[in-house]
Design a protein. Structure first.
Length: 486
């Protein structure tokens, strides 16, 4: 524990949903739900208006629709969220060299290491300055917690939500924690919480009063020791600038179980390519390829293959994932597929280039055989005619709800929905008034996908912050900004 509250925790408020509201004037002040929209979709983030209706993260989207039938349901736009996250992390980096990102919208900052705070007064000033800078640059709000430890700083930011700041003065930690539920403490999930409740412990005060020996008896030595220290407000973990990833993976849950073995393999290959894209974006390579398959009965199987050395070659990963699929029975149907790479390294072993060449040659032969197969005539293996539902699914993938589009006559807009061969678009920009709604054919040649616009048309120049106040205003730099109106 530090004698001064110089550890800062920032948590952006309802990040994905708030970014969507900022980008879409017609949705401001309304319930917005971001996540998967299919029958098996899950809520990623809900706006505070939707939360008041009972919607929350990790809830099935189908349940959210029952609670908030009039909310706007949108597919995530990660390119926008990453762009905003980069802006926020750049501001945090100006406060200290020790910034520990936890996700796109959350991070710890060691203010003492950056020389930007050494007592409660300077920490509060820095925290308020950060909140103002984030709003000026991104148009969004973030909640800030300040304390002498990471655990307490995170609890403080949660208590400050939405759009607030809470500073925990040294010496007041136990008083603050005492009435809080045990689930407030990190690592206390539903199962541990229920176990403690059955033992008569519902608050942090109860844990502190029970003593370390009793907690060790209830939940085991390692967990009991840590739980007791947290109940006393003790946490010595440092802010770590680099959090080394142990794996990179992607996965998809399908609205309808996949039964066609060819389709399953095609999805695995597509996921393998996406996985390698993430791997390369992180400038990493990996040695072990992992396949995850969740079947129709919710049973989950994983298979892995360790290569001769690290690789970031998409063909190598794709072929390895394909070989792993051969060992999995998918007869009853598949509801989820995932491909990952572990054993990460910062280089690619040279001898894998030969392996990749072999795999590419094999892939070319398989492709040639697939092209030749239909020429042999019909039969039970001949490709079936696409069903009408397939056309609707294709339209939904081409025009995801909430994603950006541009029409040559009407300008920039976003997709409100698609179906029956039509796509409905609302034409508005983050800095405009709520726009009009028009409907087009899904194959309209004048309509095309577009990049997100910046959330703030003219962002304050914080290039010298926090040493001085903003001096001028400059164009926000987001993908697609070159297409926005002057």
């Amino acid at each position: 524990m530090r004698p001064a509250p110089t550890i800062l925790h920032l948590d952006m408020d309802a990040f994905y949903a708030s970014a969507e509201q900022a980008a879409k004037p017609s949705l401001r002040g309304k319930a917005v739900v971001v996540g998967g929209l299919g029958p098996r979709g899950v809520v990623a983030t809900a706006s505070y208006e939707a939360r008041r209706l009972g919607v929350h993260s990790a809830m099935p989207t189908a349940q959210a629709r029952r609670l908030a039938p009039n909310a706007a349901y949108l597919v995530p736009r990660f390119s926008l969220y990453r762009a905003v996250s980069d802006q926020v992390m750049e501001l945090l980096g100006r406060l200290s060299p020790l910034v520990e990102p936890l996700s796109l919208d959350e991070a710890f900052v060691d203010l003492e290491a950056g020389g930007t705070a050494d007592d409660a007064a300077s920490a509060r000033t820095t925290g308020e300055g950060l909140r103002a800078a984030i709003r000026a640059v991104t148009g969004l709000s973030g909640s800030v917690g300040l304390a002498g430890s990471k655990m307490l700083a995170k609890i403080a930011s949660e208590e400050a939500k939405p759009d607030g700041l809470l500073l925990i003065e040294p010496g007041t930690e136990r008083e603050l924690l005492a009435p809080m539920p045990v689930r407030t403490l990190p690592g206390v999930g539903p199962a541990t919480g229920d176990h403690l409740r059955r033992a008569g412990m519902t608050t942090v005060h109860d844990l502190a009063e029970a003593g370390e020996a009793e907690l060790v008896r209830l939940v085991g030595k390692a967990h009991g020791h840590g739980l007791y220290r947290m109940a006393l407000g003790l946490d010595d973990r440092p802010v770590v600038a680099e959090r080394d990833a142990k794996s990179v993976s992607v996965e998809d849950t399908f609205d309808v179980d996949l039964h066609d073995r060819v389709r399953v393999r095609a999805e695995v290959e597509r996921l393998a390519v996406r996985c390698v894209e993430r791997l390369r974006a992180a400038d990493r390579s990996g040695r072990t390829v992992v396949l995850k398959v969740r079947r129709y009965d919710f049973s989950t199987l994983t298979r892995s293959e360790t290569l001769r050395g690290p690789t970031d070659d998409p063909t190598v990963v794709r072929e390895a994932a394909g070989r792993l699929l051969e060992s999995v029975d998918t007869t009853g149907g598949v509801r989820l597929l995932g491909v990952g790479v572990t054993g990460l390294a910062d280089y690619t072993q040279e001898d894998l280039f030969a392996q990749a060449a072999d795999a590419r040659e094999l892939a070319r032969r398989v492709e040639a055989e697939d092209r030749a197969a239909p020429a042999e005539g019909g039969g039970e293996n001949a490709p079936a005619e696409p069903e009408p539902e397939g056309a609707e699914l294709l339209a939904a993938r081409l025009w995801p709800a909430g994603h950006d589009v541009r029409h040559e006559e009407h300008g920039h807009g976003w997709v409100q929905g698609s179906g029956v061969g039509r796509v409905t678009v609302r034409f508005e920009e983050p800095w405009s008034a709520p726009g009009r709604v028009l409907t087009f054919r899904v194959d309209d040649p004048l309509l095309r996908p577009a990049d997100p616009l910046p959330l703030v048309r003219y962002a304050a120049d914080y290039s010298s912050w926090p040493a001085s106040l903003p001096k001028s205003r400059s164009r926000a730099g987001f993908p697609g900004d070159e297409e926005s109106s002057p």
